[in-house]
Design a protein around this ligand. Structure first.
Ligand code: 13P
Ligand code: SF4
Length: 362
């Protein structure tokens, strides 16, 4: 029924259900969502802003999260118990988040404890502090909460690493090696002190000497969307658009971040464009839906995507208006579908790690 409905019909049905639900409903949308979905969102933002947004509408009975699974889990953990979080399509996951599972991280942790012991140093700093990127399962956030660790997003990773180094001698950073490497490098940590941990290999595939010197142990994960950006594309953009400003997301590989003019979270990129003098020329290395929206909203600038082959985040793209229409009409009938609910024994320690992040000054 929904699949065969026209865009115009879906639009009418979404608007009608949204209107009927009124203040009982809040719709959150990530910047990477397609325009046909973003237009219905009450809040649009990056993953940090959306984690906060989940808390700002305690009156709303239903939080419909147009984003991916880990974001909906976070909204569930930060909202009130009586609120229900709904993910319009349960197949909207994140391939990067799936690259770190609790068992492998726990195995890694045990090896690190064998290597470094678990006694604090003379300054009271723990041997290792686990830091998980927001793009991870609730189980991994809970792992961090239980082990003195914290969550970060791409907009606060540097401040979170400062927080972690004030409390620990080293950091285990997962799942995104690129965000970890780019952030630690900007803090002056040498690359030799950032071994990559490959699960199922003794010491993550590193020598004992390398592990002894390690400051940031990087999980091997990556984002398949941001991994596509290359230094060659930047070179090409500079040739084609003299004077271009290249802005990239820190999930891009280090060489790309180094070759760019600036890097930052999706919100940083957006604010940078909004604050620029008219006539700016920008080449952007992040998900195409955001780049295209910025180009449409800012005709006073020339805005291009670094990658000429249009490649959206395939899982973000799984939120289609037909799913939104279905979940909203179901809610309007009093039926909660596709609810994301994190069990208390996971949510409680995960919340500890999330609240630590929220208390870190941006
Ligand atoms: P931010 O919204 O934190 O910039 O993250 C980008 C992303 O990959 C979300 O999945
Ligand atoms: Fe995951 Fe990358 Fe998609 Fe973000 S853009 S949801 S990190 S796959």
């Amino acid at each position: 029924e929904y699949r065969n409905a026209s865009a115009a019909e879906l639009d009418l049905r979404i608007r009608a259900a949204k209107h009927a639900l009124g203040d009982r409903l809040v719709i959150l949308g990530h910047f990477y969502q397609r325009d046909e979905v973003v237009k219905y969102a009450d809040f649009v933002g990056d993953s940090f802003q959306l984690a906060n947004a989940a808390k700002t509408r305690p009156d709303a009975e239903y939080i419909v999260f147009c984003g991916v699974h880990f974001m909906a889990e976070t909204a569930d953990m930060l909202s009130k118990p009586e609120q229900s979080v709904v993910l319009p399509n349960l197949a909207a996951g994140c391939s990067m988040a799936d690259m770190a599972d609790l068992d492998s991280v726990q195995d890694c942790w045990e090896e690190l404890m064998d290597l470094y012991g678990n006694e604090p140093d003379a300054d009271g700093r723990a041997p290792v502090i686990p830091v998980t990127y927001m793009n991870s399962s609730a189980a991994l956030k809970a792992f961090c909460g239980r082990n003195g660790g914290i969550v970060c997003t791409s907009s606060n990773a540097a401040q979170v690493l400062e927080w972690a180094f004030a409390r620990g001698q080293r950091v285990l950073f997962f799942p995104d090696q690129h965000l970890g490497r780019n952030t630690a490098k900007a803090m002056g940590i040498p690359l030799e002190q950032m071994p990559v941990w490959q699960p199922e290999q003794k010491l993550g595939g590193n020598t004992e000497a390398a592990m002894r010197d390690a400051k940031v142990i990087l999980w091997h994960g990556y984002c398949s969307v941001h991994k596509r950006f290359t230094v060659e594309q930047i070179r090409h953009a500079r040739l084609r658009h003299p004077g271009v400003r290249v802005l990239v997301h820190p999930e891009c590989p280090m060489e790309v971040v180094d070759a760019a003019d600036e890097y930052g979270s999706t919100d940083y990129i957006k604010r940078r464009i909004e604050g620029a003098e008219p006539g700016g020329v920008f080449a952007i290395g992040t998900e195409i839906n955001l780049v295209q929206r910025l180009a449409d909203q800012h005709p006073e600038h020339t805005i291009v995507c670094l990658d000429s082959i249009i490649c959206p985040c395939s899982t973000m793209y799984r939120i289609h208006p037909s799913y939104l229409a279905w979940v909203l009409e179901s809610l309007d009938r009093g039926e909660i579908v596709n609810q994301i609910s994190v069990a208390d024994d996971v949510a409680e320690p995960a919340r500890v790690a999330l609240e630590r992040m929220l208390s870190v000054k941006p």
